[in-house]
Design a protein around this ligand. Structure first.
Ligand SMILES: [Zn+2]
Length: 269
């Protein structure tokens, strides 16, 4: 597994702090970890923003919104700001909203790096992989991963598309417009004996246009429902298929109502 620069930076922090065990990064420890790296940590009113880091004359203050009640979100935001501290000390100020965290692949290089850092810090690849070992994708696996690593389901899904061991296709939709999509890449390596054909198919999505009407996410937006749903779909909903294909797949849709944002995970059993 090749680590990106940001993942390697997270691994270095964990190693230097002697942390590499599951659950070793609890809330209190994450705060302590930030302090031990040399940044100040506080939870204050950030007026609608989620996290901020300010660096002045070599000192950094990481502020996390006191309005965040969700533990996974608070942890990810704190880890994200620590990523800016470790990698982007030259930037005087960074202010983040959850939307930028959701907007993983679109928010510019510094945000992408801070997200990758946070993801690896909270869900180190080897531990994550151990947790998914011999398990096919299913919605309950995301619940399990999010509980084990104390992260949001969004964060667990985004880690899974990169480091899980069952091929999935993930599509991000906001305000009924497709923002980005991502296919499990690792499946192309020799680690995986079986590469399903659909991973190589052309996808039927266009950025900034609505998702397919017959997709689960398309239905949810159409009917204004914002709950999680999981159901069998036709493979041709998302892909330009071939006649010899098994027509069935599954789509799990995770909705974040406060941002009118959804992640669809599409997979073959
Ligand atoms: Zn940021």
């Amino acid at each position: 597994m090749l680590l990106t620069k940001s993942e390697a930076a997270a691994r270095k922090v964990l190693l230097e702090c002697g942390l590499d065990e599951i659950n070793s990064l609890t809330n209190a420890n994450l705060r302590r970890l930030i302090l031990s790296r040399g940044a100040y940590y506080e939870e204050i009113d950030l007026k609608g923003k989620d996290g901020r880091i300010v660096t002045f004359e070599g000192r950094s203050i990481i502020s996390i919104s006191s309005a965040i009640t969700d533990r996974g979100k608070k942890r990810f935001t704190a880890a994200h700001e620590l990523g800016h501290f470790e990698m982007h000390k030259d930037l005087p100020v960074n202010v983040d909203t959850h939307y930028e965290l959701c907007n993983w692949y679109q928010s510019g290089i510094h945000e992408k790096e801070a997200n990758e850092f946070a993801s690896e810090l909270l869900m180190p690849f080897n531990l994550f992989n151990l947790q998914c070992k011999n398990q096919k994708f299913r919605p309950e696996l995301i619940d399990q991963l999010s509980n084990t690593f104390l992260v949001s389901k969004t964060a667990a899904i985004l880690k899974f598309v990169k480091s899980g061991n069952h091929p999935v296709f993930v599509v991000c939709t906001k305000d009924n417009k497709v923002k980005w999509w991502k296919m499990s890449k690792e499946m192309e390596t020799a680690e995986h004996e079986f590469i399903p054909n659909w991973l190589r198919y052309k996808v039927k999505v266009t950025a900034n246009l609505p998702p397919p009407v017959d997709s689960v996410v398309g239905q949810l937006f159409k009917t204004n429902q914002t709950q999680e749903r999981f159901q069998e779909i036709e493979k041709s909903t998302w892909f330009l298929t071939k006649p010899e294909d098994d027509p069935k797949m599954f789509e799990f849709c995770h909705f974040v109502p406060s941002y009118n944002f959804a992640l669809s995970v599409i997979w073959e059993d």
